[in-house]
Ligand binder design. Structure first.
Ligand code: CU
Length: 348
């Protein structure tokens, strides 16, 4: 199908080229003035350019408006509002410049097309103009970069404030695990050597800080609204990137090191459902680094609730260090022996 389409387009181009040749030949045979023919062609070229510009810009405006409903809703975090503000300023500046330059470009092609009655004016330099188009972009770009950098520094420096509930986001191929620091707000140490089926984060259970750490049961993360949260990101295997699109937050998860991000959600899931008019709306945490074949499945539901609801939810989750009576190590061993014996008997 695609091949047929390509062949059809190629044939179309060839036919048009041949037709133009024929038209040219016909006009030269009929004794039409060469300059006149050229002028007619130039005019149609100019009109074509203007049509292309109007259609292109029109389509661009139409698509921007049409797909507006599919854009992210308003930012749901404090930093997110700042990020959006910066982004909008950038879009405004780029948009204005884009429209001015594109309209000028196509208009000039049309307006100043070749004319036998007009000579090109030799205009080698104009210091004033050159100063103007060097200094204005320098000022505008510097302002954009300086405001952007200062915002970025403020956002990333908030990590050093030392407050905020500590939540670990652990990425692995291909999902996320979250761990809450508990009452002491300190995560117990972890080491990849300790990773086991019943200890997916490799938490050092002998570390007293780990005693009150909590892991989530389901593939979801609850966070309280209006509270600063200090995320600590880790990866078990390859680079992942923890991306919270609705909070305008993203941080790489790097194997062997912990990265941090500080965030304060401002809109609960329930409120966002009202704002978007979508009853099924949910915040998400997704992976934003192609990390392997099932990268696209790395998605976790994020639920923003009031503090009280968060507290009661957290009580229902499982502790990282299981209570001693839950996993009696000895029984396990005995069970294994029985299994082994059975297996041995079966083999005999
Ligand atoms: Cu990933």
């Amino acid at each position: 199908m695609n091949l047929l389409l390509i062949i059809a387009v190629l044939l179309g181009v060839l036919v048009t080229a041949r037709l133009l040749n024929v038209v040219q030949l016909a006009s030269s045979l009929s004794g039409e003035d060469k300059d006149e023919t050229q002028a007619r062609h130039d005019k149609w070229n100019g009109i074509g350019m203007m049509t292309f510009m109007i259609a292109g810009l029109g389509l661009m405006i139409y698509m921007t408006l049409k797909y507006q409903p599919f854009m992210l809703p308003e930012a749901a975090s404090k930093h997110g509002k700042e990020t959006d503000f910066l982004l909008n300023i950038n879009f405004a500046v780029i948009g204005i410049v884009f429209f001015i330059t594109q309209i000028a470009l196509f208009w000039f092609v049309y307006k100043y097309r070749h004319s036998a009655s007009r000579r090109a004016y030799f205009y080698p330099e104009n210091m004033k103009l050159e100063m103007l188009w060097t200094i204005i972009p320098t000022i505008v770009l510097s302002a954009l970069i300086i405001t952007g950098l200062s915002s970025w520094n403020r956002i990333t420096n908030d990590v050093n404030k030392g407050d905020g509930m500590v939540v670990q986001v652990y990425g692995y191929q291909f999902n996320w695990i979250t761990r809450y620091a508990g009452a002491d707000n300190m995560l117990g140490k972890s080491n990849f050597r300790l990773i086991a089926d019943d200890n997916p984060l490799g938490v050092d259970v002998s570390d007293p800080a780990a005693a009150d750490d909590i892991m989530t049961k389901a593939n979801e993360m609850y966070i309280p609204v209006g509270q600063p949260i200090l995320f600590e990101f880790d990866s078990r295997d390859v680079l992942h990137s923890a991306y919270f699109p609705h909070f305008r937050a993203q941080m790489n998860c790097v194997p062997g090191m912990t990265t941090r991000f500080y965030m304060e959600p401002t809109i609960t899931t329930a409120q966002m459902r009202e704002i978007t008019g979508n009853e099924k709306f949910d915040y998400v945490l997704v992976c934003n680094k192609i990390c392997g074949v099932a990268h696209y499945t790395m998605k976790m539901k994020v639920v923003v609730v009031e503090q009280a609801e968060f507290d009661s939810w957290l009580k229902g989750e499982r502790p990282v260090v299981p209570a001693p009576e839950v996993v009696p190590a000895q029984n396990n061993q005995i069970d294994n022996t029985v299994d082994n014996n059975e297996a041995a008997n079966a083999a005999v």
